[in-house]
Design a protein around this ligand. Structure first.
Ligand code: BG6
Length: 487
């Protein structure tokens, strides 16, 4: 891998949940792997008044907790040399002047500002950075999702950021793009000739994409209740998976070649035409008390901090199409939810059944072939084929070829944020979202949100530990399909 030049990485929200749980453990891992140059500094900034030593203690506790066996005291001690802490009020010019001084102690480095704060602060932070002359050509800015809560608010934030930083300096994160198995989708599609001829409407009957979580809202009631499953996961992670599965082959792996193709997919998504169309093609759900992995768990409305009559969805499923030659008429079903039966992210490609059966009637129903791309918790591929059962009767049964990637790549996979942070430091934009992609994603989702509001749609209850409301099964059953795990 190409080397990273010496850098200053400034983490806004440096004492927050994302920094502690993901960003700092990811940086520690890259340090442990000797991927970071010796002079690379991590400058955490946050509101709290804290000494550097206190901050390091906080980071140590979190690294121990999240890295478990990968944590080592000696390695942490050398990692801690990189860490600085600066208390900063996002609106105080005097505090930015101190940041500037700290950065100028060490000029000539790559400079990246990671904004891991509420997106409401992005505009103020960028304006203040510009006022101090810190946003010049060499600087990069990293924006954590969610960027706004609809097209209008997202545009407002992006307008403010782009007044200061050029598009080539902006790294919009969707952490799913940093996941190893998600990048492996590109290898599957564009490193193999086998599937490509069948990757279209003549062969594919439908596509299902699921991101299911067994956890609930994890002390994020305030954020989650304002957000819901559509904005939290479908608008970004699920749409990104859809784009990679459905896009045309890009001419290269360069950022714009890939992002141009993804954008075409989002722009070709069948729009939601009316509230009635939204009602017919979407299902909202909200979990009730139930059991996950044998343990009783409370319902969404009983979670601490959730308003008593909240109408926020913790589950969403929908049906869409991609209006182009390759995919015309092929349903794409997307779903995501909290407190589902298990943690699972997968893409299922259902192929059409054979056109005519030569087998005796009753020799078990023939099923179309199915390719299951498992992204998490394990990374694998299963290809379902029909085979003859041993014996003197000619009966068939689906069996599958099973590829477990960990059998071939025993090395520890990189966490999504390790990959994304190193790409920021190297200045590689391929795995980040361009503004037009984000605008197109919101433009497609806005009518769904408006449709729900117009019809006063109430989320349908589902018991925690299940696969969501029955209406989600009905959504695919209307087309004669079933969600993969139910078959
Ligand atoms: C985040 C959402 O973007 O993705 C969370 O805000 C969700 O609600 C998380 O839990 C899921 O990511 P992963 O990597 O655990 O599948």
């Amino acid at each position: 891998m190409e080397d990273i030049s010496s850098f200053d990485l400034v983490l806004f929200g440096g004492s927050g949940d994302l920094a502690m749980r993901k960003l700092l453990p990811a940086l520690y891992n890259r340090h442990r792997n000797n991927d970071l140059p010796e002079q690379g500094r991590i400058i955490a900034v946050a509101r709290q008044q804290m000494e550097r030593e206190e901050y390091i203690t906080l980071v140590r506790e979190h690294c121990q907790r999240y890295l478990k066996a990968r944590y080592n005291e000696e390695t942490f001690a050398s990692f801690a040399h990189r860490l600085q802490y600066l208390p900063l009020d996002a609106n105080s010019p005097a505090d930015y002047a101190k940041l500037k001084q700290l950065l100028e102690d060490n000029p000539g480095k790559e400079r990246a500002f990671f904004l891991s704060t509420s997106s409401e602060l992005f505009s103020a932070i960028c304006t203040q950075l510009a006022a101090q002359g810190l946003a010049g050509n060499g600087a990069r800015v990293v924006l954590e999702k969610p960027l706004g809560h609809d097209l209008k608010s997202s545009k407002k934030i992006n307008d403010a950021v782009t007044r200061v930083f050029g598009e080539a300096q902006i790294f919009r994160i969707d952490h799913y793009l940093g996941k190893e198995p998600v990048q492996n989708l590109m290898a599957l599609r564009f490193g193999n000739a086998l599937f490509e001829p069948m990757w279209e409407r003549t062969w594919v009957r439908d596509v299902q994409i699921t991101i299911a979580e067994d956890v609930g809202i994890e002390r994020r009631a305030d954020f989650y209740d304002r957000t819901g499953a559509l904005r939290d996961v479908l608008q970004n992670h699920l749409l990104q998976l859809l784009c990679i599965i459905a896009m045309e082959p890009p001419s290269s792996i360069d950022a714009d070649a890939v992002r141009d193709e993804k954008l075409k997919v989002v722009r070709a998504l069948a729009p939601f035409e009316s509230p009635a169309d939204v009602a017919a093609r979407t299902v909202r759900g909200q979990y009730r008390a139930g059991a996950v992995a044998g343990q009783p768990v409370p319902g969404y409305l009983e979670e601490s901090g959730v308003p008593e009559h909240s109408g926020t969805e913790t589950f969403v499923a929908l049906k869409t199409w991609i209006n182009n030659w390759r995919w015309s008429g092929v349903p794409f079903y997307l779903r995501t939810g909290k407190r589902m039966q298990q943690r699972l992210a997968e893409i299922v490609i259902n192929f059409h059944n054979i056109p005519h059966s030569i087998f005796p009637q009753g020799s078990s129903p023939l099923q179309g072939n199915r390719l299951v791309i498992e992204l998490q918790p394990e990374e694998g591929l299963k290809l379902y084929l029909m085979a003859k059962r041993p014996g003197d009767k000619l009966t068939l049964k689906p069996v599958y070829l099973n590829l477990d990637f960990s059998d071939h790549f025993p090395e520890e996979p990189m966490d999504a944020y390790e990959r994304l942070l190193t790409d920021v430091l190297r200045g590689r934009l391929t795995l980040f979202m361009r503004r037009d992609e984000l605008d197109a994603a919101w433009a497609w989702c806005d009518p769904i949100l408006q449709g729900w509001e117009a019809i006063g749609d109430k989320p349908k209850p589902y018991a925690a530990g299940t696969w969501g409301p029955a209406a989600a099964s009905a959504l695919v059953a209307k087309d004669g399909s079933v969600w993969h795990e139910e078959s």
